[in-house]
Design a protein around this ligand. Structure first.
Ligand code: SF4
Ligand code: SF4
Length: 83
């Protein structure tokens, strides 16, 4: 299974971006708020309010489309030795 790393210091507003989600043919990613505060709406434009999650890592076919589409180079995909 490939290893998918997301650099959160680069991917700051995933909800507003979502480029990798849209491009991925296997819907590997999901975006969710980091924490939900009561009585406060989570602002998708606020850096760090949302986080990109890798939900179906086993579905990744290492097409590298997400790596190429990411405007800030936040995704790194590596295959384990011998895979
Ligand atoms: S490499 Fe391809 S299949 Fe894997 S997460 Fe990226 S876009 Fe999806
Ligand atoms: S394309 Fe890059 S910046 Fe945009 S949500 Fe995905 S990882 Fe974050």
């Amino acid at each position: 299974m490939p290893k998918i790393e997301i650099d959160e210091s680069k991917c700051l507003t995933p909800f507003a971006c979502k480029k990798c989600l849209q491009v991925c043919p296997h819907a590997v990613f999901a975006v969710a708020p980091k924490e939900v505060l009561r009585f406060k709406e989570t602002d998708p434009q606020e850096p760090g309010s949302y986080r990109l999650f890798v939900v179906y890592r086993d579905k990744c076919v290492v097409c590298n489309d997400c790596v190429e589409v990411c405007p800030v180079n936040a995704i790194k995909i590596t295959l384990p030795e011998g895979a």
